[in-house]
Design a protein around this ligand. Sequence first.
Ligand code: ADP
Length: 169
Amino acid sequence: HLRRNIEAHAAHEHQFTMSSSEQTFIAIKPDGVQRGLIGPIISRFESRGFKLVAIKLTVPTKEHLEKHYEDLSSKPFFPGLIAYMGSGPVCAMVWEGRDAVKTGRVLLGATNPAASAPGTIRGDYAIDVGRNVCHGSDAVESAKKEIALWFKPEEVQSWKAAQFDWIYE
Ligand code: ADP
């Protein structure tokens, strides 16, 4: 199912070749949802100029999360991470724009909120690395994998924002 999704997303590959069409997977974790931070977090991406192309509220299964975090399976915090991420609704999103992956990580701040600068999401809203409010893809390749894992191709919208020509020269 994952491979089929990756292939279907790849059919829209031309979108990634335009620099303003890079996509990243951003998720508001259960603590962010419970703390009423969906609005403020979406607001930061919107006001920066990024375009929302997919969004859903979902309680991910253990199997889904083990796939999402498979690179971390040997870490001591892995079981706690899976339990935390599956403890309630997650707001899963795809955001699009120039350097969306890299700039998305800048908006999020460092993994450990103790090292996150004020003005970043984690730097403004979090204290503990195990409750750091949000997720963002760390590379274009992992973004593609994560988008395919969390969304069906038809759940990702292609649309031109009215403000496009005022965001990009
Ligand atoms: P990021 O989410 O910034 O890409 P990682 O991929 O390294 O960071 O880790 C994934 C998630 O695992 C982090 O966002 C955080 O919620 C959790 N995590 C990372 N390191 C720790 C830790 N030392 N203790 C508890 N949770 C951690």
